[in-house]
Design a protein around this ligand. Sequence first.
Ligand code: NAD
Ligand code: DAU
Length: 352
Amino acid sequence: MSSNVISPGATLLVTGAAGFIGSNFVRMLHERGEDRIVALDKLTYAGNLENLEGLDGSSRYTFVRMDICDADGVAALIREHRIDAIVHFAAESHVDRSILGAAEFIRTNVEGTRILLDIARGQGVRRFLQVSTDEVYGSLPEDRPEVKFTEQTPLQPNSPYSASKASADLLVRAWNHTYGLDTVITRCSNNYGPYQFPEKLIPLMIANALEDKPLPVYGDGQQRRDWIHVRDHCRAIDLALRRGRSGEVYNVGGDNELPNLTVIEDILSILGKPRTLIRYVEDRKGHDRRYSIDGSFIAAELGYRPQVEWKTGLRETIQWYVNNRGWWERIRSGAYRDYYEKQYAGRLSGGQ
Ligand code: NAD
Ligand code: DAU
């Protein structure tokens, strides 16, 4: 069934390579030692070259600072490196920021994807893999735990971020249908692991707990997410890239649906920190209550199952943030700070 279009030894353009998942993906491929990787990133607030430290100088790795909206630049890069496939991570990825202002989300996530699709088509790139999200499906009913997101669930995005990702997914679908571009879409649930920017729930809670600062819980903390270790997500993307079917969508989940409060309590318990650090704050606008992935399609088609058990993965992640304190302290003392003040202004007491 699967087409094996991208075999080991390919030359891959990885966009958003200096972000959380992109850098984990590049590291995974680099360790395997088979493909040539051209890592592209604009280095926005979320892109951090420290995430790719140690790869410089490798003959199988090149980093290029570029905006995916720079059509001429990207086209030249693809020509120069004879790119076989594009693995497209680059995006504005934080829901809270999209609520504060959507313009960059539309520019990068929608127009940026359109630009890459046109170049991929024009230059004969053999496969375009769109790294998408379960948030495109909207929110699941809380009183029907058996209902999960399948690939047939209608797209009902609720935030500017998820609307921009759903828009991009529809463009990918159309370029496949209209122009015959070979495309695959993956839609994954919430990732956690090393190198995640400390504005997302898990790294924010770890860093705040380590500094004995309050842990801001939105609303009642009973929103549910399906947490997956980034290593498992990267394995799924790799499988979909090599063996996924053109035109197909693959949902990827951790089989690990948990309320936010449980996630936070697990972090506090591993760190031996008190529950008194928890602060309930005003809820996110339009906050989706529940995400959960039905992973049976990718399991049947590609033999994929998540492997990292939650408590093991969380302990390992917490240890990484303990061992790499300088990494997140440098982020928190820099540009991150302005955003943080704006986002939490008036919502927290206790001295942030
Ligand atoms: P991230 O914010 O950590 O990384 C995004 C990267 O894209 C950054 O390095 C940033 O500098 C780069 N970027 C942004 N705009 C760019 C532009 N115009 N040109 C070039 N580079 C640009 O995000 P992440 O969590 O690693 O997510 C990566 C992808 O995976 C996104 O497409 C996101 O929608 C998707 N995704 C994320 C999750 C999750 O839980 N984090 C889950 C499912 C899907
Ligand atoms: O589901 C996949 C998506 O997961 C990805 O597409 C997004 O790129 C990624 O950011 C993530 O989106 P979420 O909005 O689910 O993740 P975030 O870490 O921002 O929040 C997780 C949950 O925790 C959510 O219900 C909001 C809540 N939260 C978050 C923060 C930052 C809090 O209660 N307090 C907080 O301070």
